[in-house]
Design a binder for this molecule. Structure first.
Ligand SMILES: [Zn+2]
Ligand SMILES: [Zn+2]
Length: 245
């Protein structure tokens, strides 16, 4: 079986995230990803999924694979990435988040939350307090992601704020994470994480601006882009592998 390399940046925000730049529009994101020689991007906005379809469609026109996801804030203010194969699973996680997220956004304080189509046209906005924390615990989030057959990756564990280590001080034993994400390109500092945690690692950009896309990425050696293939690559199964940069 032929495996090929997919250079992936699995953690990219859009203009839907209050802290995401309004330049993070579907065609602009895809264009920038191509420029950075990426083959695969994951769209993970804070507590919302409404721009995934638009980026997927923009990606199809340019042969850029797009995985739909979301970056969920737990009640402990830990960020967890959920990545999914299909629209049904994304709707499932959206429902759960909506039931567990209180408050309205204040655009002046936190930024706009724009919903767009694949041609970058603004079609609406999300009025919820997407910057807020849900009432869901880290365990509940990881379980919900797995119930929907998604991948659960702890975001930017190398950062103090909103990373699982910064917020909890440890990775709870029994938490069934599929991977840990490192964000900073500081190679030396990464070594201690590899020694300490026996879980697959990915590196991604957590891009909020076009310039950040692909700043950190992971090469996935697999047959095609799917959650199952990425899972195998993370676990080193059937010859697949993931190589962080
Ligand atoms: Zn985050
Ligand atoms: Zn993020």
């Amino acid at each position: 079986m032929m495996l090929r390399e997919f250079r992936g940046d699995l953690h990219v925000h859009t203009c839907l995230s209050p802290c995401g730049s309004n330049e993070m529009l579907p065609t602009a994101i895809v264009k920038e990803a191509k420029k950075r020689n990426l083959d695969l991007i994951g769209i993970c906005d804070h507590n919302s999924v409404e721009n995934v379809e638009a980026v997927k469609k923009a990606g199809e026109k340019e042969a850029m694979a797009v995985i739909g996801g979301v970056e969920i804030s737990s009640q402990e203010e830990v960020h967890i990435l959920g990545l999914f194969d299909n629209a049904k699973a994304l709707q499932g996680i959206k429902c759960l988040i909506d039931q567990n997220l209180r408050g309205k956004n204040d655009e002046k304080a936190f930024g706009e939350q724009l919903i767009v189509d694949e041609t970058d046209r603004i079609t609406g906005s999300n009025t919820r307090l997407l910057i807020g924390a849900t009432k869901l615990s880290v365990e509940e989030i990881v379980d919900a992601i797995h119930d929907l057959e998604g991948l659960a990756i702890a975001s930017h564990i190398d950062r103090e704020s909103f990373g699982i280590l910064g917020q909890l001080g440890l990775i709870p034993s029994g938490l069934r994470l599929d991977g840990l994400e490192l964000s900073a390109p500081a190679v030396v500092a990464r070594e201690r994480f590899y020694r300490e945690y026996d879980l697959p690692f990915v590196t991604s950009s957590d891009a909020h601006y076009l310039n950040d896309i692909g700043r950190s990425c992971t090469s996935f050696f697999m047959k095609k882009v799917s959650i199952e293939e990425i899972r195998k690559a993370l676990q080193g199964k059937d010859g697949r592998r993931a190589m962080i940069e």
